[in-house]
Design a protein around this ligand. Structure first.
Ligand code: TMO
Length: 329
């Protein structure tokens, strides 16, 4: 008999209370354990927005109140560390590892495990660009083909179209340390970033843009990442100027490959929301599951909320299997 039923029937109240006193460890807290909402951080790219909404619905199903908090990738970890926000579903190793690790080291966040998808975030082009610049995907092709990759705005440099500058601030230093004749054109939204790709691809014009995997392009635009000098496992490329092909500067390498995609929680989460904690720990998105979530919006023009609903009906069983027994009382 559940705790809720006992309190609803005064005749059994005392018996229930007595049981709780006699067997305090065997009593289960009702879900939700608190009426306080679980605050999920919302960033500025599609899969993160859709996955946050999918998980929001699963938490609601389990009985929790939830809200989304829009915040950028650099300040979000401080906010989670202080408990202002509680949950980030997509921690990308290449762009967020060090700010995440700071909070872990301070005991303010916990690592809630990796998704089965591995990731890569770096400079990328659709395959037809190799017809214009056959030296690709080697990064030295950027200088060899600078004129062909230039636009009126960037000439004589090649154009590199990137997203909001908070995503990959080290790109500026990479350009200097590798001596690239490249000018970055930052787009402030994911919509305008991929507008540039769709526009160029429709005209078979050369384009090099920031992209990542898993992403909606995986299914629709065959393309490749530019191969920069590989990054070392210890990340000395970013920490130690002496490392790498430019002995005077850091960031003379590409982004990490085969990198993790993690879930992260406020350190107080397991105590305050124990059943939600079990749910978050159980969740694992595959590459295909993430590409599908992003494609509903970026290729099929659904809203983020509709994409979450559609995804949940498509992956009904997967999602049901994530629900822990504590959520099925
Ligand atoms: C973090 N991001 C997926 C935009 O590269």
């Amino acid at each position: 008999m559940s705790h809720n039923q006992t309190t609803a029937r005064p005749g059994l109240h005392l018996a229930g209370l007595l049981l709780c006193l006699l067997f305090p460890l065997s009593t289960k807290a009702a879900v939700p354990e608190t009426e306080d909402p679980i605050v999920i951080v919302e960033n500025n790219w599609t899969s993160q927005k859709v996955i946050s909404r999918i998980v929001q619905r699963l938490l609601n199903r389990a009985g929790y109140r939830t809200s989304l908090l829009k915040i950028d990738t650099q300040s979000q970890f401080e906010a989670i560390g202080t408990g202002e926000a509680h949950l980030q579903m997509e921690i990308w190793q290449a762009s967020m590892h060090s700010s995440f690790q700071e909070q872990i080291a301070a005991g303010r966040m916990i690592d809630a495990g990796s998704h089965s998808a591995t990731t890569r975030e770096d400079w990328w082009y659709p395959d037809y660009v190799e017809e214009i610049c056959p030296e690709l995907p080697d990064y030295r092709a950027l200088n060899i083909c600078a004129e062909k990759l230039a636009t009126a705005e960037t000439t004589p440099n090649a154009q590199y179209v990137s997203g909001p500058s908070e995503w990959h601030p080290e790109d500026l230093e990479r350009i200097k340390s590798l001596g690239l004749n490249v000018t970055i054109v930052n787009k402030d939204s994911i919509e305008s970033l991929f507008e540039s790709l769709k526009y160029a691809a429709a005209r078979k014009e050369p384009i090099v843009i920031f992209n990542w995997t898993p992403n909606w392009t995986g299914a629709i635009f065959p393309g490749k990442f530019i191969e920069f000098p590989p990054r070392d496992k210890e990340n000395r490329c970013t920490l130690d100027p002496a490392w790498g092909i430019n002995p005077q500067m850091t960031n003379d390498c590409g982004s990490i490959t085969g990198s993790y995609l993690k879930k992260g929680l406020w350190a107080g989460f397991p105590n305050k929301f124990p059943c939600a904690n079990e749910l978050i720990m159980a969740i694992s998105f595959s590459k295909q599951m993430i590409e599908t979530a992003a494609a509903f919006v970026d290729a099929e023009d659904l809203s983020h909320d509709d994409a979450a609903e559609t995804w949940l009906s498509m992956y009904k069983e997967v999602a049901q299997n994530w629900m822990p027994s504590c959520s099925r009382q």
